[in-house]
Design a protein around this ligand. Structure first.
Ligand code: UTP
Length: 289
């Protein structure tokens, strides 16, 4: 298994209920961080990691996403006419992000079900990425590329992005039970979705970045319901432990949970501080608070 990882699945069919009323009409993935929708930051991360095909598992209520990534010849020619060169460059840079494929999830039945919806776009014995865009990550090297590099090191293993959290907070996440630490990554023997802190096997939690092997679809196909009566992705990951191997990597980068108000505001401040044009002024403003 040394085929290049070329496809990423973006599950984006959720309700975004924690962000109502903003998300009543506007999809959560289209909320803006600095100057781009949350989803565009995730697509840029994938493209910078060598991913060529972006597969969106979406809902019929989220058409603005299709429009956003579609080429707008009319806007391009208007910007050209008005000599808005920089804006034109920005809009045209979207055209080289990759190939976009859309598939509908009829209703949000869980993350495992959303990934299963993209099954037909993944070949047998193929590794692919899964990116949850509301986990937005500021890092030097794109996080998906960091995971791809671990997958290569483990001869095609599946790799989960991990983050250490205080033990009392593990009930919000999927938690791994590590088998052992090998250099800078872990081999995994078990996982539990949203455990009570008293029974959690570690404080290493799974965040929204995965490299998975197509074998996972055999398990997702069974559509077993788990935590919250939803089809969970975590429950199916175990099937990868034996073959091709399941690993976890504490990636380098700062993650912000844009599905929550606090994470969203933090992300905007940190992306602002990383932008050379507004960094200094923003720092001053923050100091004055
Ligand atoms: P979340 O639970 O964080 O997103 O799912 P949500 O359901 O949209 O938000 P809340 O909890 O109601 O506020 C993580 C990711 O998985 C997608 C979501 O769109 C989000 O990107 N997802 C979740 C699906 O695509 N389908 C599902 O059935 C569930």
């Amino acid at each position: 298994m040394s085929r290049k990882i070329k496809k990423a699945i973006f599950p984006i069919a959720g309700l975004g209920s924690r962000f109502l009323p903003a998300t009543k009409v506007l999809p959560k993935e289209m909320l803006i961080i600095l100057d781009k929708p949350i989803l565009e930051w995730a697509v840029i991360e994938a493209a910078n990691s060598g991913i060529e095909e972006m597969i969106f598992v979406t809902s019929s209520k989220k058409n603005s996403i299709i429009e956003h990534f579609d080429r707008s010849i009319q806007l391009e020619s208007l910007l050209k006419k008005k000599r808005k060169k920089e804006q034109l460059r920005l809009i045209q840079s979207q055209n080289s992000l990759g190939k976009f494929t859309y598939v509908l999830q009829d209703e949000p039945k869980g993350l495992g079900h959303a990934v299963w919806c993209a099954k037909r776009f993944i070949e047998n014995d193929e590794n692919f990425a899964v990116i949850l865009p509301d986990d937005i990550i500021l890092s030097k090297k794109p996080v998906i590329k960091q995971l791809i590099d671990i997958s290569i090191k483990t001869d095609g293993g599946s790799v989960l992005g991990l983050e250490k959290v205080p033990k009392k907070e593990v009930f919000k996440y999927g938690v791994i039970n590590p088998h052992k630490k090998i250099n800078n990554y872990y081999s995994i023997k078990n996982l539990i979705e949203k455990p009570n802190p008293s029974i959690a096997p570690s404080n290493l939690t799974v965040v929204g970045r995965y490299i998975l092997h197509s074998k996972i679809f055999d398990e997702l196909e069974k559509k077993k319901k788990g935590y919250g009566n939803e089809i969970q992705l975590t429950d199916s990951l175990l099937t990868l432990v034996k073959e091709p191997g399941l690993y976890g990597f504490e990636f380098e980068g700062d993650r912000f949970d844009c599905g929550s108000k606090l994470g969203f505001v933090e992300a905007n401040i940190n992306f602002g501080l990383a932008d050379k044009n507004i960094k200094n002024k923003l720092k001053e403003k923050l100091r004055d608070l």
